[in-house]
Design a protein around this ligand. Sequence first.
Ligand code: ADP
Ligand code: MG
Length: 424
Amino acid sequence: MLAQVRLNHPQLVRGWFTDLELADISGAVLLIQARNGAQKRYLDQHCLFALREAAQASTGRLVAVEVEAAEDASEAELKPAGFGEPLQLNPDYLFENFITGPSNRLAHAASVAVSDDLGRAYNPLFLHSSVGLGKTHLLQAICHTVKQRDPEAKILYLSCETFINHFIEAVEQGALNLFRYRYRHVECLVIDDVQFLAERERSQEEFFHTFNTLHQSQRQVILTADCPPVEIPSLEERLVSRFNSGLVAMMERPCLETRMSIVSKKAKLRCIEAPEDVIRLIASRIDTNIRDLEGALIKVDALSQTCSGPITLELAKQALGPGAHRPVKVPAILEVVAKRFNVKVSDLQGKKRTQIFTKPRHLSMYLARMLTSESYDQIGGYFGNRDHSTVLHASRSVTTEAARDPELRELLSELALEARNVSI
Ligand code: ADP
Ligand code: MG
């Protein structure tokens, strides 16, 4: 059955699948035993269809599949204080599966310290990075660790959007007291992606009070965002200073060596046998973020499944395409944007603020951020030494505009394609 699942749905496979056992097959139900509640939840939510398909193919019978957990379910069931839905954790997001390197060492060490000593080590802990660099992974690793030590621990782990939605619902239903009781009686409040508090005045206000109540009674607060607190647009001063009062740790893009260890770890977790040269190829082609890195590994594995052959360097090259991920250089972006807008490269780099220059300048900054691995500061360097926040704001505003404007999206993808083909 597992072979079938690997073949047809490689993206679902996790390293711990080899621990699964066949508990019972009687009548029309095939019962699979998972180690714990987290595994069971993952299988129930994502894999039942694939398991049933595999069970039917391998038994030749029309069986249904059910999953049970070996450990007492109540132990692994992670109920936050008073909320109906259990904490949803990805069973792979453990500290042991997190690879450390210079880019994330501080964030990792701080997360471990916090999980060892809630409310005392660093409070609040604020992690920030651009997308796909492991913030959610670390948050969940903290939750797993705390829960393993004390299954009764009241941890509330949620996305910022869920917090805002709960708040709006509570206001509409006149249930603010209940809302406050629930949020303020936890040992640890974990909120992912707090940049969504931007421009949400009332939610910010409520969050501020929640934060203070917890913080004053030494309850742990852990937050993540895609930028440091000061850069969250229109975030109130007092919240910024609260967030800064603990430890703020940035996570950067990992270097080649770290990326190689990560690919190798992900391959193991998914039971993919990838030789060293393939791992190096993937890691050197993709340096944007770790989610893309995993995507590339899955692509290579999928092609090897389709060809029913082993993963070789040749096959990996074929799967990844010729230079599809060839690194793009900022000067190449400047060149193609200048050409398209009929301005000079020096105008993009200069300070003139007329719209005929600012628009292509902003697009170039955005493309530089999306297509290269340079930091905001480094990108600023190509534009007459502008600072970090100028580049950040330019790329943000292009992101927002592109979300509304299909023509702009089209233009950006054309420019991206052209920039990839320029050799500088
Ligand atoms: P973010 O929340 O910062 O957008 P995620 O935590 O969702 O990023 O990470 C994206 C993917 O990359 C996840 O599958 C995660 O397991 C993986 N990942 C990120 N950093 C690491 C790391 N240091 N070691 C192993 N896997 C990582
Ligand atoms: Mg995340």
